[in-house]
Write a protein that binds this ligand. Sequence first.
Ligand SMILES: *Cc1c(COP(=O)(O)O)cnc(C)c1O
Length: 426
Amino acid sequence: MSTKRSLDTICIQGGWEPKNGEPRQLPIYQSTTFKYTTSEQMGRLFDLEENGYFYTRLANPTSDAVAAKICELEGGVGAMLTSSGQAANFYAVLNICQAGDHIVASSAIYGGSTNLFTVTFPKMGVECTLVSPDSTEEELNAAFKSNTKVLFAESIANPALTVLDFEKFAKVAHEHGVPLIVDNTFATPINCRPFEWGADIVTHSTTKYMDGHASCVGGCIVDSGNFDWEAHHDRFTGLTEPDESYHGIVYTERFGKMAYIMKATAQLMRDLGSIPSPQNSFLLNLGLETLHLRMPRHCESALKIAAYLQSREDVEWVRYPGLPGDKYYQVAQKYMPGGTCGVISFGLKGGREAAAEFMDKLKLCSIETHVADSRTAVLHPASHTHRQLTNEQLVEAGVDPSMIRFSVGLESADDIIEDIRQALED
Ligand SMILES: *Cc1c(COP(=O)(O)O)cnc(C)c1O
């Protein structure tokens, strides 16, 4: 896109620009394959010498249009959709790591990412050091080794609700010559654009607010194009030296600023194949068309509900980075002044038992493992995701036994507050 458009306009019109007589809405190209007239043409596609679609595992017009929309929202140079957020984070790291390498990640990240980095990656020979999101520069520096390739964190952590100090993390990553990868799922580009604060790669679980209607699992990787791989030639040889599986092309030479995302598409997606279906990409696009309208409402209602919870005698604690006085309020004001997300966590004075009783009494809000969609959803980690642990083990794992995770949906905030009131009082 040559001229800069507002995020609102990109949500509606980004990615798909029909020519004269073409469909106004993004068509679903429900096709695995694409037809060509000459064999030579097809050959050039396989050599990456010409752009064009040939097999949906590598690229599909519907999915590409949606990737282009998310790319423009984040202000990147290229993006790739994946079949899930897990696949996005897996590829984002694997694209520049191999056996013998090391990564540093914030300890306050999604549980699935913690498992991926600390259980599955080590089996593949990639080691991970976790660092506190509140680390000082010195503490961050101390986690780096000569074989470190990535620093990874979430803009707003799920479920810890810590807010990333982007500038500190970016500075340390760049001093060590590695990119900062930020999972921007909870904030979305509507509330925060990590590239403006030094992040090099952004990932998303589009399953959450981007889809927004709990209809399809998906993910995305966006490349800022800002990281200078050639300046660290020997550290990122997968990008800076010939790829034998593509007749020896060198991604940085052939694709310049697009090197990282082209390798992810041409090599990782070709070999590992976690593509979204064109149908799911279409549904994701419908969600994106209202992202700019939905996010402010999620945040406005979450703030009202967090304040209501804080005002109650029977509520022991409330965490919401948009709430004045929260530990991360100041840092959120700096990096996401327009709003944070719709997820709150809180604990009742009655602890674990009171949480279960409260949740059973809710009528409007439903018990679900999901977060970040249009319907208000509630989860008690001690009774659900972490139910095998005792109170002592929960505290060790950083989960308060009383913690209730409350994802504020798009229903009336007054109705949600009334539901909370009756569940606590009646
Ligand atoms: C849900 C989530 C993921 C995993 O995404 P899936 O789409 O469920 O695979 C990754 N990161 C964050 C922050 C998430 O909330």
